[in-house]
Ligand binder design. Structure first.
Ligand code: MG
Length: 394
């Protein structure tokens, strides 16, 4: 994809803390805040594009400190850099990575989405069209419920059904704890009140693959195809265990933490350890690498889902365009912008008939609300609760 060359005139970097409406628990961590960062890339001809990073070391491989340090060390490679394709930018970043001796996947992702935004704006096309799709490929999107008691989970499911009634909510994703009986009971309790479909995510909670097999067998017996998939049943990287579960399961098994980067995804695919891969732009290093993972999945006949970290609408918009351009995607889990309780964009990508729909505006199609835009353009410095944003100068 060749463009006339574009020169990056500057990059600005912001720390973004968002207090969650309620704590969010997965099998090995409870989050109270999203600790993200934003970048703004300015081009010589006056375009400003945004990207976001949502680091969490056990999943993306980097912390926000790592991301800050990586950006500090590579920012001068990017300032004044002239590129004519996304490949150029990633080639430069590979060189930067070699020079500094480490990498931050979330910085790669944030830069990548801002560059795709610029390319879309230059070509007057939404990013999904830049990626080669004429029409968006639309699939059901889950809204996630973290680990809670059975009663609280049922209550949350009813609340989501109410809150997203007009959006046609079709799928709920439940985080599992790794405690077999409790997990089964919880899923079945929610299945009684919510008539739709489910995806499940064990986040490595089942140390013993036999237990995970019992889980999928019982749930398949009770709910059949209403369970679309189960993510990452066993400890990360233990592909033998994942393959064992996969071979004994009617429910498709998807690798998430075990398939972070292209190298990991290739290992999962070659080991035949999963039926599908959960691509998250934050762990993959952006759309450029997400496409390469999708290629590997396609070669091995694997399905895909596109997931997220605790991201605002900026990064989620990149996920929506990416998912909309890939036919192998059967499910999206792009919900954090809908549930964070704070919105920093003028308009979110619609959640309609249970699916996320990409906006047709050029680029990522997003515009920050005015006070955020003023901060990003350095015209205003404020701190707000529950959102705290401040500039980091390099
Ligand atoms: Mg997952």
């Amino acid at each position: 994809m060749i463009l006339v060359s574009i020169r990056i005139s500057d990059i600005h970097f912001f720390v973004l803390d968002i207090k969650l409406k309620e704590p969010f628990a997965i099998s090995f961590k409870t989050f109270t805040h999203a600790e993200n960062f934003l970048i703004a890339i300015e081009t010589e001809d006056g375009l400003v594009s945004y990207g976001e990073g949502a680091p969490f070391k056990p999943i993306t491989g980097d912390s926000r400190e790592d991301a800050l340090e990586f950006l500090r060390r590579v920012i001068n490679d990017l300032r004044g850099y002239e590129f004519s394709s996304i490949d150029d930018v990633h080639e430069l970043l590979v060189k930067s990575k070699k020079r500094v001796g480490f990498v931050s996947q979330t910085v790669l992702a944030a830069i990548d989405m801002a560059i795709y935004d610029i390319m879309g704006k230059k070509r007057n096309k939404p990013v999904y069209k830049v990626l080669g799709a004429d029409k968006p490929h639309i699939v059901p999107n889950t809204i996630t419920i973290g680990i809670k008691s059975i009663e609280e989970t049922v209550k949350s499911a009813k609340k989501l059904m109410d809150e997203f009634r007009d959006n046609g909510l079709r799928r709920i994703k439940l985080k599992l704890s790794g405690e077999l009986e409790k997990d089964i009971e919880r899923v079945l309790a929610v299945a009684k009140v919510f008539p739709g479909e489910f995806t499940l995510d064990a986040n490595q909670g089942y140390k013993d693959p036999e237990e995970a097999v019992k889980l999928v067998k019982r749930l398949y017996e009770e709910l059949g195809d209403r369970i679309i998939l189960l993510e990452e049943p066993c400890p990360k990287g233990d592909l033998e265990k994942m393959r064992y579960v996969k071979e004994h399961s009617e429910i498709p098994i998807f690798a998430d933490e075990s398939a972070a980067t292209i190298e990991d995804a290739a290992k999962v695919a070659e080991a035949g350890a999963a039926d599908g891969i959960n691509i998250k732009l934050q762990k993959a290093g952006g759309i450029f690498y997400g496409l390469k993972i999708a290629e590997i999945a396609k070669e091995h006949g694997l399905k895909l889902m596109v997931g997220c970290m605790l991201e605002t609408g900026i990064s989620i918009s990149a996920g929506i365009h990416f998912a909309s351009a890939i036919k192998e995607v059967i499910n999206t889990d792009l919900d954090s912008d809908l549930t964070l309780g704070i919105n920093i964009l003028e308009e979110l990508h619609p959640f309609k008939n249970g699916c996320r729909i990409p906006l047709d505006n050029p680029g990522l199609g997003i515009k920050p609300v005015r006070h955020i835009q003023y901060i990003l353009e350095d015209k205003l410095r404020i701190t707000r609760i529950p959102l705290n944003i401040h500039r980091v100068s390099y």
